[in-house]
Write a protein that binds this ligand. Structure first.
Ligand SMILES: [Zn+2]
Length: 427
């Protein structure tokens, strides 16, 4: 079990960011650079590990590399150096977890999946280099290198900001999550609508562990935590509207293409030249396209809000959360269930859990090998599909183990296997 540590209690707030085009470009360059830098350090460390597996790396070993790397690489020179320090910290943590047998050897990061970076605030005389400002109704946050970026907010945290994580969501929206120390002054203050329900609650150690089977469209838990049904996310009026407008979009696209073909034909016959009207110029098609884009963004936002709240609740409730290290195959399988639900990315859910766990000492998220989590009996370890038995299919919601005769709910059994595997890596 996790050791009890006394730490300063932290709390976090999340705001929508509105960077200018220039600031957005710098954010992208920072994402490129932090991802690249992480992989560089990992390459060096991998080599070191091969040469001498017992050498432990300290935080300083890494941070000492920041400055020479910045001098040698123009792309690192122009970006926030605190973001590179945080990259070092993350890698040290990854190594500590590996040496502490809590996780596998760190993996290379893929730029495609890197959508956030963290900047550290330098705190001096109770003031942080990352801070807020308000002019009338306009709220801004000062971030390293980016300077003042407009945010959407109503009230701002007054305590010094320790860290800020800048995220570029797949919807194209930007967000910043800031971490501040919890004090008497801010413990009952609710700030942003996104944060007020859960992010303001105190994070305590609970001694509880859980395994979660991510079965888009639902999440199953190894204990008696209620199943989280994601279908409800898709049953909103926007979702219905979206379906309707998507159908209209397809129909109008087809009509417009037909019209283009007719115009081309007529124009060639009359004048012997091509028509210059293109199907995508159709007003009705454009109208449908805009509706679809807007409804999709609303849906994405709703989904994001839901996962933000859910992940904070889970971090509050459990100290150790075990999930499957999901492979592409499993995600592809999820697509079969429902076209729209497939937009819920299990990896994003896991990443969200992971970064929130990092904010609080004693909380951790473990990824385990997903192999046979569904087919194995958690009671005796028998694997369905072996010894002449039939492997479970997606329609087998419940089953009885042929060896120990325990009756299982398929997904709960999987969640229990996931938990067992995760806890095994802790010993
Ligand atoms: Zn069994």
């Amino acid at each position: 079990m996790a050791k009890k540590k006394t730490t300063k209690s932290m709390t976090s707030y999340r705001f929508r960011l509105y960077p200018t085009a220039e600031q957005a470009e710098l954010i992208e360059r920072t994402l490129d650079a932090t991802c690249w830098f992480y992989n560089q350090l990992l390459t060096i460390q991998k080599q070191r590990y091969i040469e001498d597996p017992d050498v432990r790396v300290s935080r300083n070993d890494f941070t000492n590399l920041v400055s020479p790397y910045r001098q040698a690489n123009p792309k690192l020179k122009k970006i926030d150096s605190t973001a590179l320090d945080v990259v070092c910290e993350n890698l040290v943590r990854a190594y500590d977890n590996f040496f502490g047998k809590r996780s596998k050897f760190p993996k290379f990061h893929k730029r495609k999946f890197t959508n956030s970076y963290t900047a550290a605030g330098r705190i001096k005389d109770g003031k942080s280099s990352i801070h807020f400002s308000q002019t009338g109704n306009r709220f801004q946050i000062r971030l390293p290198k980016l300077k003042f970026v407009t945010i959407k907010g109503s009230r701002l945290p007054s305590n010094p900001v320790k860290q800020a994580t800048i995220t570029h969501e797949s919807t194209g929206h930007y967000y910043v999550s800031v971490q501040v120390e919890r004090t008497k002054e801010n413990q009952n203050v609710s700030l942003h609508p996104v944060s007020k329900r859960t992010d303001n609650a105190e994070i305590k150690l609970t001694g509880k562990s859980v395994g979660i089977d991510i079965n888009i469209p639902h999440l199953d838990f190894s204990d008696d935590h209620a199943i989280v049904k994601l279908e409800t996310l898709e049953k909103t009026s926007e979702a219905k509207h979206l379906l309707l407008w998507e159908r209209r979009l397809a129909h109008r696209r087809a009509l417009a293409k037909e019209k283009q073909a007719q115009l081309e034909h007529a124009s060639r016959q009359k004048m012997g030249i091509d028509s210059d009207w293109h199907w995508w110029q159709s007003k009705r098609y454009q109208e449908a396209k805009q509706h679809v884009a807007r409804l999709r963004a609303t849906q994405a936002h709703r989904r994001d809000l839901f996962f933000q709240r859910l992940t904070t609740q889970l971090i509050q409730e459990y100290d150790v959360i075990v999930v499957e290290d999901l492979t592409v195959t499993k995600m592809l399988k999820a697509h079969r269930y429902a076209k729209h639900i497939s937009e819920i990315s299990p990896n994003r859910f896991i990443t969200m859990l992971e970064y929130k766990a990092q904010w609080h000492a004693g909380k951790q998220v473990i990824r385990v090998d997903p192999k046979n989590t569904t087919q194995a009996c958690h009671n005796c370890g028998f694997i369905m599909g072996t010894d002449g038995t039939r492997a479970l299919t997606i329609s087998d919601r419940e089953w009885t183990c042929p060896k120990c005769h325990v009756h299982h709910n398929r997904d709960k059994n999987a969640a229990k296997n996931i938990l067992q595997r995760g806890l095994a890596t802790l010993n």
